[in-house]
Design a protein around this ligand. Structure first.
Ligand code: TA6
Length: 312
């Protein structure tokens, strides 16, 4: 049974978990599970899925959902004492009935506001009161925008510090045919080499083996070109300086139980993140991090990227 709200539908998803369905036209849609505040689906005007979701994804707390857009908060990866990627991705979020207004230039009618507050148990491992609000908005051109607002609501006068990522899994036709533009010549920390710092060489990034890099101080726009699909994903981000690029390739995939052995060929994580410089908020302060995803035909030339390159 689905419940209609003015801007979304509340329905039951896998294993009876609550999910929000956003619909913009007959086929354009997005789905967000309250479990994790986790976007699991984003479809274009032809009903094609644009996000990778593992066929082995386990929709059962406390295992985070493999694929879609997991939220890494208050800790990215193992950069702290918490469980890897923090706890936001395996908590049950709520619909935020009356969020503070959000300035928006979108005329979208299809959106939902979610909120996460810490449980008593969370406060034992991370002793900070916060409100994490997230709006998921499916725009009239099919673009998907996630706007996170995190507020320090501590009453003990203490600031807190966190790292963050939208751990987006894009669906690609063949990873060997994909290139990423916008990160060339930047410095990165290589997770496969003890986070040593290197500078990216050469042209756009292409893929032929495992990659796990944190690109630092990246531009606000990154393009992922899928030649076979003739599709370009454009990632626009605000408030998130870094960008993580991850593909586990064949060997590591076999060590990840909820990922099919061959699935690495059809996924690529490009994650808008705040990692190198963690965010600190004093009581009453709020941080905002915005991610906008669009999928366009590959003839599109990405303005801010190298203008000489007309994307094919
Ligand atoms: O963002 C890249 C990364 O931190 C990798 O190091 C890899 O482990 C991946 O995330 C997946 O993490 P997960 O905890 O979801 O298995």
């Amino acid at each position: 049974m689905a419940t209609e709200h003015p801007s979304f539908q509340l329905a039951k998803g896998i294993n009876g978990l609550d999910k929000i369905v956003l619909r913009e036209s007959r086929y354009r849609s997005a789905e967000v599970y309250l479990y994790g505040g986790h976007v699991t689906s984003w479809k274009n005007e032809n009903g094609e899925e644009l996000l990778y979701l593992s066929s082995k994804a386990i929709f059962k707390p406390p295992k985070p959902i493999r694929g879609g857009i997991p939220l890494c908060f208050p800790q990215f990866s193992n950069l702290g004492t918490l469980e890897s990627h923090g706890f936001a991705r395996n908590r049950i979020w709520e619909v935020d009935a009356c969020p503070p207004p959000l300035p928006t230039n979108s005329s979208s009618n299809s959106f939902v506001d979610l909120i996460l507050r810490p449980t008593e148990d969370d406060l034992k491992t991370w002793p900070h009161n916060f409100e994490f609000r997230m709006r998921v908005d499916l725009g009239s051109e099919g673009e998907l925008t996630l706007t996170s607002r995190i507020r320090n609501t501590n009453t003990d006068g203490k600031p807190f510090t966190f790292t963050f990522a939208y751990h987006t899994y894009f669906s690609v036709s063949d990873i060997s045919e994909v290139r990423v533009e916008g990160l060339e010549t930047l410095d990165y920390l290589d997770n496969l080499k003890n986070r040593e710092r290197f500078t990216e060489q050469g042209d756009a990034i292409t893929f032929e083996s495992e990659i796990d890099k944190i690109y630092l101080s990246t531009p606000t726009k990154i393009a992922i070109l899928d030649h076979e699909k003739k599709r370009t994903f454009v990632v626009r981000k605000d408030g998130l300086a870094d960008a993580v690029v991850w593909n586990p390739w064949d060997k590591r995939s076999k060590t990840i139980s909820d990922l099919g052995d061959e699935d690495y060929k059809h996924m690529l994580c490009v994650e808008a993140a705040a990692v190198e410089r963690p965010i600190t908020l004093k009581p009453g302060e709020e941080w905002k991090g915005r991610l906008e995803l669009s999928a366009v035909p590959s003839s599109y030339s990405s303005g801010q990227l190298d203008p000489k390159k007309v994307l094919q």
